[in-house]
Design a protein around this ligand. Sequence first.
Ligand SMILES: [Zn+2]
Length: 414
Amino acid sequence: MFALRIIKSTNNFVNSLPKTARKIHKHNVLYNNKPEDLLNLVIRGESLQFPYVWLRENCQCEHCYHTSAQSRILDWSKFDLNVKANEVSESENSVRIQWSDGHTSQYNFNWLKFRSFTPENQKKYTETIYKPKKETWHGKDFSNILYKRDYSDIVGSEEALYEWLHKLSVYGVALIKNTPSSETAVDGVVDRIGFTKRTHYGIKFVVQHVQNTSNVAYLSSTLQLHTDLPYYEYCPGTNLLHYLVQTVSEGGENLLSDCHYTANYMKQHHPEQYKLLTDVEVEWSDIGTEFGNDFFKLHRAPVICLDCHGEIERINFSIPQRGSHFPGPIELVKPWYEAHSLFWDLNHQFAAKFKAESGDILAFNNIRLLHGRSAYEDSSNNVRKIIGAYIDWDEIYSRLRCLKVKLKNEDGIC
Ligand SMILES: [Zn+2]
């Protein structure tokens, strides 16, 4: 058995730990590797350590790993957590291990180095392959961070598509110019990436002034800063909005705000309000009928959802789509409204203001940015019309990695 200790959280205990152990304690598990747990290797001058249990599980032989499925097929019922290396022998480019369970494994040095456990290597892999590191922005810098490519580049060049998707994932927004004036033009972009996220508003949706609408986005009045569909547990990751016809009259201006910037600002300057927005669940809702199908969507989540590292995972924000049921205790209502109001003010203060043009496809991260629009008026020969589609981040990150392997495999990913 591993000498594994599950530790009950007590501040005194945590404070008594050395700094590195405190970091490990974040996961409520403290394990100190013993010398016999680790293989020490020097690969091209660098001293690296690999846990034996990890090495044995990641044996690349045909009995343990299926090459065409690129998946582990090792039988866990026969796995020995305390497996030992009986013999370790190194050649020029690989290491061979004879295990106490009778198995033999061989590991290529490049393969091992790419998976090394050093914090530097793990950070590099996380930020270049796992997900590009996000950079936050203030509205005043919007013209510097907004990346633009022509439609013909996006559908015709993998290099252009990679750069555009990379910028979209780093900044949460990117633009396509000179899109053909067709209701199906946005499909050309979607097809290059993957496929759309279908919702009760359709595979694609049309944003146009509609009198008795099922959604306030289909009105021409001011559309307050919001995220789309916060009432979905599996919320669409990215909006693609093709401005088939933009209004030529006053209004119809876009507002975009990077909530990661706003949330970081709140965390620093208004920590109590930040905590209320990260801790208090509210209820997001959408109830109605569209295309003859009735729907009753509810999802409970805070405005700012954090992951296990305390980093922002998802933002939910919408004045119209927050329900009137407040799931928290009554004492939290007023403080929550104050925090919400501060978030609303700050996002307006930090938002970028611009006006997309006919032929633009505006893409933005729907679980990071807030978007809105000023009121506008249609005229008989100028009817504002947008074709919209959603794509999930799973598809975008997947396409980015595939393109990186194909175009820029300097890291020896596969
Ligand atoms: Zn094997």
